[in-house]
Write a protein that binds this ligand. Sequence first.
Ligand code: C2E
Ligand code: CA
Ligand code: CA
Length: 565
Amino acid sequence: MEKNENGNDARYYYLLEQLLLIMTKVKGFRLRELYDVLGELCRMFRISKGTVQFFQGLNHEMEDRGETFVCYDSGEGGEPVITVRIVTKVNAVVTGSVTMPPGAEPLSPEEYARVDLIIKTVLSFVSRVRLQSVVEMLSFHDEKGFPNTRCLMQYLQKTNEDKALGGKAALHFNLRHFSLVNQEFGEQAGDIAMRNFYEELKKLIGREGIVCRLGGDNFVAVCGQAQLAEVLGFLKGTPVHYDAAAGGRVKVSASAGVYMIPAGFVMQNPGEIMDKIITASQAARSGVKERVAYFDDELQARRERFMRIQQRFPEALRNEEYHVFYQPKIDLQTGTLAGAEALCRWFRDGQVITPDEFIPTLEMSTEICRLDFYMLEHVCRDIRRWMDEGREVVRISVNLSRRHIMDFDLLQNLIDIIDRYGVPHEFIEIELTETTTDVEFRALKRLVTGLQAAGIYTSVDDFGVGYSSLNLIREIPWNVLKIDRSFLPTRQDDPDSARNIMFRYVTAMAKELGLACIAEGVETQSQVELLQESSCVLAQGYFFDRPLPTADFEKRLGDRCYQLV
Ligand code: C2E
Ligand code: CA
Ligand code: CA
């Protein structure tokens, strides 16, 4: 008997030591080993069941929203004999309890103390591990529960250490027109759709890769190159459910930039991969038809050009290398000059660079806003001079990038510039393009209403491209609708072609709403004739004039008349 007691004692100390060893292992922790030791300890003390509950906070405990771990269960049932509850420093609560089956010999005081010690040991372990995983969960996931950038960095670093990045494909993708899903079905449905899209892609990619959200509707995925075709097929468009009841579905698609990581690739820092896929993704986003772009030498060259533009911008602005060109707008009923659009040209090292070369780069940051204010300022300076020289002045429109739209002081800043030169407000028109999100829409409405109240004209630029909604023109008090050149009818078109019908309807509707219409990119005589048959009275395009340097435009201010036929 005594020998047996001693044997039990030795076994108990051995198991306790094992327990501590398992729990303090930094690497290679095995749950199975833990359960084996706990199982043996439970049997030693005639325990039928051992459970642990973890609550993230006191409220969770009150509402019984905890996680339960069953460490051992012999299936004999019974009554709890010891329950221990600890509250951690961060107010997490961990409870542990053990049950003895009916008729089992009660625990002796010494046994009681031993079981109590085991429970406390387990609880302190569980609270530590759970806290770690809660912290990890919080720091590696964003507010919507998607793995975040930190998670991606950890993955890249670890995979790099394992020399397993080579041969994989990295992608940056952006969900296309996802704000429309939010607008159409509500934000909650948008969240569900995004979650389902993510879950399905994650399933497709499997354990060897990863999908993370960088923020908004931007994601990064890493997968095997063999899987890439399937992944791109998925991104091209996949219907996903947008409500929990699994009723409606919406097709979600994405544009993607891909970098095929070469075999043997060793990453110095994650930026190397991120730079490449983001550059490719930007190219894919602006692509007309192709929604996928691969990072290659050409993109690398383009990227370097972008960087140069960004670097040179502050100096170029100081040196006034940006010049205002004016493109006349013509009244088709009278054949006279009705206004002009100010367009930017960059004079650098004896060369003229057109906006398509540098505006998209500047739009990636808020540098574009500085350029827009600079342009407005130069236009106001010109108008001031024309007025002082006694010339007859026409209204000049200035482009304002969408990048400004969330700037709360924008309206006042615009007015301040115009007033600094004492330019009458009706000589200025601000061209704005449509917005895609609700928030931006409200900001746009506020801005246009404010400009309107100040007597400054406003126009919707590029109408007809993208997703110009009718709400945009119905709910916001614009003065002018600028119809994009891709929307212009041509003689070759059947009069009942979609383009022709749309053009007729839009111009008629604009007229009804009291909006002036201007057709952009008018290049031919026959387009002028078609316009004259419509409700569109104003036109701008190479047929009349290209954007002109100031001195040439000033001549137009003098004679004013255009030959229409
Ligand atoms: P946009 O505002 O749609 O300007 C009209 C563009 O169409 C101008 O190109 C103009 O030169 C071109 N265009 C005019 N008539 C014709 C025509 O008959 N046929 C054809 N094919 N094209 C015609 P540009 O000057 O190269 O400007 C391109 C874009 O750059 C502008 O498009 C505008 O979005 C942007 N941009 C130019 N200057 C500024 C600026 O100061 N600020 C901002 N934010 N954007 C600017
Ligand atoms: Ca414009
Ligand atoms: Ca335009």
